[in-house]
Design a protein around this ligand. Structure first.
Ligand SMILES: [Zn+2]
Length: 134
């Protein structure tokens, strides 16, 4: 399980060490052994999980999207808030969200994202570059 509140900052490995570790992480992303899905937990928001029994990694994309939209929406709603304030309020709100709150918010984000993606694709198709091809 991983939770951003448990993350450490400040002490960073060397650049070479980081590159080596990143290469190892790329190698650990194995086809068929990584999936996305909502992870239920009675008391915690769980962003990801590694199951050693099945050697499978699950990424809780709905929770990640909810966390990102809470943070960025706070920037939109309260542009005068500092980054520190937005981060603090994001953490406070995320701790209060139920699984249903997360699912509902994620569904809203997915719908809004799909609408935006459709509009952007339509705009790209209408450009001079694509017209020359078509
Ligand atoms: Zn921010």
């Amino acid at each position: 399980m991983w939770h951003p509140a448990g993350g450490q900052r400040g002490r960073r490995p060397s650049v070479d060490g980081s590159r080596r570790l990143l290469t190892q992480i790329h190698d650990a992303v194995i086809d068929g052994r990584v999936s996305e899905g909502f992870i239920e937990h009675p008391t915690l928001h769980v962003y990801g999980d590694y199951d050693p029994a099945t050697d499978h990694i699950t990424i809780n994309l709905p929770l990640l999207r909810a966390c990102v939209i809470v943070h960025e929406a706070l920037h939109r709603l309260y542009p005068r808030w500092s980054e520190t304030t937005v981060r603090r309020r994001t953490t406070q709100l995320m701790l209060r969200l139920t699984d249903d709150d997360v699912r509902t918010l994620d569904a809203r984000v997915v719908a809004a994202t799909a609408a935006t993606t459709r509009k952007r694709r339509a705009r790209v198709r209408g450009t001079a570059r694509s017209s020359r091809r078509g």
